[in-house]
Design a protein around this ligand. Sequence first.
Ligand code: HEM
Length: 265
Amino acid sequence: MATDTGVTYASYLMVDDLLGLQVPKSEPQHPDELQFIVVHQASELWFKLILHDLDRVVEALGADDFELVTRLMARVNDCMDMVTTGLRSLQTLPPWSLHEFRGYLGTSSGLQSVQFREIELLGGIRDPRLRRVLDDTYPDTPEQLNRRARGQSVSDAHRAAAERAGLSSWEQLYVDSSAWGPLYLATEALMAFDRAFVRWRREHVTLIEGILGPRTRGSAGMALSYLIKTEEFRFFPYLWDVRHELTIRGDGELVGGPPARRDGA
Ligand code: HEM
């Protein structure tokens, strides 16, 4: 293959375009606004890669290629760690700084992040509370979200692949994990994604409480209680539930707690 000497670091990565996309709104420019923009934009870039790889994971599950699923999910999980680390860096934002430039952000809110919603839907969350938020957020739901809501989710593809592999219960997978080698590893990589997403949700709530106070309403007027409830959302609720079965089987006792979740709702 001929090497194109005209392609440079800057031209290939379109660095000038990229670096021109951070446009603070505050006047005079608030010194902390750039971090706020960079962390959000970087999160959107990682979301883009996560979606790209989750689409490949659905395909790989359809082809019963558990090794590829495990490899792709390792990357997806690394991406989620990046997103959470970026979020964490905003802990250094002094509360008053945010108030000094928040008024310039208008009605913009993280609720409007289409890619975040795509990840929730592609992962497999079908909770009616998410549907309501989508309806409240968008006068016309963006087409890619309708497509994601109708399409096969990672969770659907995972359950179908496990059934094809002959698994009769999730408990079986954990009790005899070595017999299920590749499926077990792929399943645990998916479980790690669920954990990583919940970790982001929890850190995001803690960040908001630490900056705006625990009784705040967001720029979209939303009380924090909704975000706290979303910490219950799971892509793979059956993988969390099976831990209950294992605890009982291991002679552990389940005391109280909400009823076990059986599906994406
Ligand atoms: C100083 C940092 C941050 C603050 C104070 C903050 C605040 C909030 C608040 C109050 C909400 C509730 C909705 C509203 O009324 O606006 C929200 C939602 C949201 N934010 Fe943030 N946020 C911060 C950083 C981030 C970052 C870095 C991201 C990365 C993309 C992000 C993504 C989101 C998303 C996706 C939602 C909707 C979550 C859901 O519906 O489950 N936020 N944020």
